[in-house]
Design a protein around this ligand. Structure first.
Ligand SMILES: O=C1O[C@H](COP(=O)(O)O)[C@@H](O)[C@H](O)[C@H]1O
Length: 222
């Protein structure tokens, strides 16, 4: 049953995101979509790829990325290429968040430069959330959490003791600027974390709280 629910959820989210892109493309030449990685978005990517959109006018980037090669099983870019940029959606412009530099600290400036020409503010940001309340790569134990929550820079390199790889994340400021925000989560554990986040206000404890103050269309299924 939960598999069917998650599929329906992904379809409904894809319809809402496609509508957002269509609305912005009616008045702008290009529209930017910011997606998250992890396991949850796969059926959403597949459903969105099937939408009838002028994909050649759509730009796609990531909310965050592990600093790994694109062919790594851990790469969010690989996930986007394999599940979203398929069929007509392959005509979209995809801007990944990694470079050939050995560390995200060395690559962050080049990534920021690559992001600048995109059609900001993004039409939509689809956030995920981990069981620790992280979203994008804003983790409770990231050394650069305070920086990522306050900087006006587009992207921040982050080191997180709980995570095996260094990462790069869009800053909270850049994510906040989007015209629409969606949260895509599944399962009872994440519902409980969201309920906990809604009941408090310390962003450093549960970074998802940074996005609860403005409209956050929440898509949840068991
Ligand atoms: O590490 C990450 O995790 C979150 C949630 O992933 P999920 O597998 O639990 O869906 C994701 O939003 C983020 O982009 C990703 O880098």
């Amino acid at each position: 049953m939960s598999e069917l629910c998650r599929k329906r959820l992904a379809t409904q989210l894809a319809e809402a995101v496609a509508a957002a892109l269509r609305a912005d493309l009616a008045s702008h030449e290009r529209a930017l979509l910011v997606v998250s990685g992890g396991a949850t978005p796969v059926p959403f990517f597949q459903a969105l790829a099937e939408r009838d959109l002028p994909w050649e006018r759509v730009q796609v980037t990531l909310a965050d990325e592990r600093w790994v090669p694109e062919d790594s099983a851990e790469s969010n870019a690989r996930l986007v290429r394999e599940h979203l940029l398929q069929g007509p959606a392959a005509a979209a412009t995809f801007v990944p968040l990694t470079t050939a530099d050995p560390t995200p600290e060395q690559g962050a400036a080049a990534v920021a430069e690559r992001l600048e020409p995109l059609a900001w503010p993004a039409s939509a940001v689809i956030l995920g959330m981990g069981g620790d309340g992280h979203t994008a790569s804003l983790f409770p134990d990231s050394r650069e959490l305070a920086l990522a929550l306050t900087t006006e820079a587009a992207a921040v390199a982050v080191r997180t003791p709980s995570q095996p790889q260094p990462r790069i994340t869009l800053s909270a400021d850049r994510l906040h600027q989007a015209r629409r925000h969606f949260l895509h989560i599944t399962g009872g554990d994440k519902r409980a974390v969201l309920a906990q986040a809604l009941a408090g206000d310390d962003v450093r404890e549960l970074p998802i709280r940074a996005f609860l103050a403005c409209p956050l269309a929440t898509y949840w299924a068991p």
